[in-house]
Design a protein around this ligand. Structure first.
Ligand SMILES: Cc1cc2nc3c(=O)[nH]c(=O)nc-3n(C[C@H](O)[C@H](O)[C@H](O)COP(=O)(O)O)c2cc1C
Length: 191
């Protein structure tokens, strides 16, 4: 694998639930990235309190102060790792709301970054529908999403089993390898 020592990543979880399976999956992935030599800025969405996006609110009070620091942290990395639950076959409100607020500062924030998507679910299907919706959202704004995304079914058993999560090390290595290649010539944001 190409050495990812210069690779810079950000990572966040689309669930702020205590004991979130997705946060645990994210941290297991981040650990692998750090061991491989990448640097990772973990953004904890539980530390920010973004109101549900509303254009009147934006007009009257402006963009909440917590949005700019998140956008700035995302704006300087080569890649972004996101682990987010599937809710009713789609993405979570936290995931979408965060992206909507960020887009009000720069709707191309993710454009030059290599995105890796993951979902952990206690169900057996690995959150495939939620992943497909997240992939589609990024494709809509021409963001490069690593293929395949990583869906972890029976996540409570996988993460509690005391064994490494099946396939996660390989997936992370493939993501890092592709992210290193992507970072050599990231697309420039169109004006
Ligand atoms: C509103 C809601 C909808 C859900 N819909 C799905 C679903 O469509 N598919 C699925 O596999 N799990 C679904 N779940 C279960 C979540 O996968 C489970 O609660 C998971 O632990 C949430 O992720 P977290 O542990 O990171 O918070 C749903 C949970 C909630 C609260």
């Amino acid at each position: 694998m190409a050495a990812p020592s210069a690779l810079t990543l950000a990572a966040f979880c689309g669930s702020t639930r205590r004991g979130s399976l997705n946060r645990r999956l994210l941290h297991a992935t981040v650990e692998r990235c750090l061991n491989a030599g990448a640097s990772v800025d973990v953004i904890d969405l539980g530390e920010v309190d973004l109101p549900l996006f509303n254009q009147d609110l934006e007009k009257e009070r402006g963009i909440p102060a917590d949005v700019a620091p998140i956008q700035a942290r995302l704006d300087v990395v080569d890649g972004v790792l996101i682990a987010s639950p599937e809710y009713n076959g789609g993405y979570t409100p936290l995931f979408k709301n965060t992206l909507d607020w960020i887009s009000r500062i720069d709707h191309l924030t993710f454009y030059p970054r290599y995105v890796g998507l993951m979902t952990a679910t206690p169900g057996g299907k690995g959150g495939a529908r939620g992943l497909a919706q997240m992939e589609q959202l990024f494709h809509n704004v021409f963001v490069h999403v690593h293929e395949p995304s990583f869906g972890l079914g029976n996540a409570h058993e996988e993460l509690d089993g005391g064994r490494p999560v099946a396939g996660l090390t390989e997936w992370t290595e493939e993501y890092l390898e592709a992210a290193v290649e992507f970072a050599k010539a990231p697309p420039e944001k169109p004006r």
